[in-house]
Design a protein around this ligand. Structure first.
Ligand code: UTP
Length: 481
């Protein structure tokens, strides 16, 4: 077969001959597919990346002696008039169609182990809404609030970064659900790139006899994908100036939060990150710190325990700025990173479960990490910021991620549901209503952040009640088909 011998030689040169181990058992077309896949991978380049990732992992460990805590601005310490001012600036930017949102939804969610993208999963809320639906509806509500304030109907471009693992299903799901009421032309899917997975000895893993295990290149694949997909250019041409980038899995995410956006605009920030107060050094949350005047996030797995546990004179963790993957970027900043720095972004090694050909030749999924994925992280671009903001928000109002399966009891669907409904209960109580029986859900189309709930005054809500906006009650909302 054309090219087979060359491939054999190339793989042997780089000690990867095992990738052809089963080639003798394959049909002609399977052999062709495998060869084509191998030819599409720049073996020399990916092995270089593997080496580089190993070296960066070592460097990160050395860095910890240079880590300094970052200065954090705390939202709840600001007076109401300043917060209102930021809110107003943020809404103006939305009304002027200057804001886009990018949802990082290319992850494989290996800890959760779902057969489909996280954003599509019914969270178990009384309304049956998924993370994607909640996020899209928050945007729709903001557009309304901005219109009420300015008289101008802006558009927010909702971009979803997908991967080979999530793209088709996400696309189909959004179409089926009519983009949850957002105009189709304002919803953009773009795909991140992928890299081969390695075993712990640096060998590329075969997922099946005729295919290599590939994985998305981490959420920092954003910068390359923005450029190669043409999205960066499109956003620029559409007049976008500010971008909110967030992880798909935080049920409380304040999508395109006008306060955060307004604060960043007013202060001329090019790169901002929301943080929550980290109180448990073992919590799997990276911390933002400064290393030689550059802002960086050090992943929880990369901080030595004594550094993670060190305290300041107030008895608080010294490194307490927990990064929640909710970032503000100017489009100029994204452009600069994508064009000038993408190649120099750090590489990380993530030890993950990788499905591979088992001893009997069948596909096998281990129960504990057996492989390495090379990933770039979105926050590694912080080092290129010229004016950075770490903005501390309240955990109970802004952060409850879904990372693990329900059995783990932390950062899972039940904890996320409870967090959302506890927040909504608070909103009802602070508007003079009462909740009996604990759980109540408020549609994002009715309230973005606790506003506009005058109707609850003097009322009592029962278990699993859902408060809907008029447009939903009228039953003209997009429904699943
Ligand atoms: P996580 O690091 O939690 O990864 O991603 P994950 O894929 O969701 O879950 P595990 O670790 O495999 O269990 C944080 C955010 O970054 C996105 C995820 O979708 C999530 O929103 N992400 C992660 C990407 O968009 N691309 C990637 O390659 C990796």
């Amino acid at each position: 077969m054309d090219g087979f011998l060359e491939m054999q030689n190339l793989l042997s040169e780089y000690q990867q001959s095992h990738l052809l181990k089963y080639s003798g058992e394959l049909t002609e077309s399977e052999r062709k597919e495998l060869l084509e896949q191998l030819q599409s991978i720049d073996i020399k380049e990916v092995l270089k990346l593997y080496e580089k990732a190993q070296t960066s992992a070592g460097e990160n460990k050395i860095c910890d002696s240079k880590m300094r805590p970052v200065k954090v601005e705390i939202e709840k310490d600001l007076n109401e008039s300043l917060l209102n001012e930021y809110f107003s600036v943020g809404l103006d930017a939305i009304a002027q169609s200057q804001v886009a949102v990018i949802v990082l939804s290319g992850g494989q969610a290996t800890r959760l182990g779902l057969p489909y993208p996280k954003g599509m999963c019914p969270v178990g809320l009384p309304s049956g809404k998924t993370l994607f639906q909640i996020q899209a509806e928050r945007i729709r509500k903001l557009i309304k609030l901005a219109k009420q304030k300015t008289g101008q109907e802006g558009r927010v471009i909702w971009c979803l970064m997908t991967s080979e693992a999530t793209d088709l299903l996400t696309d189909k799901f959004l179409k089926q659900n009519k983009y949850f009421g957002l105009p189709k032309e304002n919803v953009k899917l773009f795909k991140q790139h992928q890299l081969p997975c390695f075993d712990f000895d640096g060998k590329i893993i075969l997922e099946e006899k005729d295919s290599v295990a590939l994985a998305p290149d981490g959420n920092g694949g954003l910068y390359k994908a923005l450029k190669t997909s043409g999205l960066l250019k499109q956003l620029k041409e559409s007049g976008i100036k500010y971008v909110h980038v967030h992880g798909v899995d935080n049920i409380l995410v304040r999508v395109a939060d006008p306060i955060f956006i307004g604060k960043c605009i007013k202060d001329g920030i090019d790169c901002g990150a929301k943080v929550v107060l980290k109180t448990d050094p073992k919590e799997p949350l990276g911390v933002i710190c400064q290393i030689e005047d550059k802002y960086q996030v050090i992943e929880y797995s990369e901080i030595p325990p004594e550094t993670a546990e060190s305290k300041d004179e107030d008895g608080q963790l010294k490194f307490s700025a927990g990064n929640i993957c909710s970032h503000f970027f100017t489009l100029d900043f994204l452009e600069r990173v994508s064009n000038d720095h993408e190649d120099s972004l750090g590489l990380h090694i993530a030890k993950k479960i990788v499905t591979h050909v088992g001893p009997d030749g069948d596909k096998f999924r281990p129960t504990s990490p057996n492989g390495i994925k090379i990933e770039k992280f979105v926050f590694d671009a912080f080092v290129y910021s010229r004016r950075f903001l770490a903005w501390r928000v309240e955990r109970g109002t802004e952060f409850s991620p879904v990372k693990n399966s329900d059995v783990s009891k932390t950062d899972c669907f039940p904890t996320a549901r409870r967090a959302l409904m506890a927040l909504h209960k608070k909103w009802i109580e602070s508007n003079g209503g009462e909740v009996k029986g604990g759980a109540v859900e408020i549609s994002p189309l009715l309230s973005y952040g606790g506003e506009g709930l005058e109707e609850v005054k003097g009322k009592t809500y029962g278990d699993r009640d859902v408060l809907l906006a008029d447009e939903e009650r009228a039953d003209d909302s997009p429904t699943e088909t």
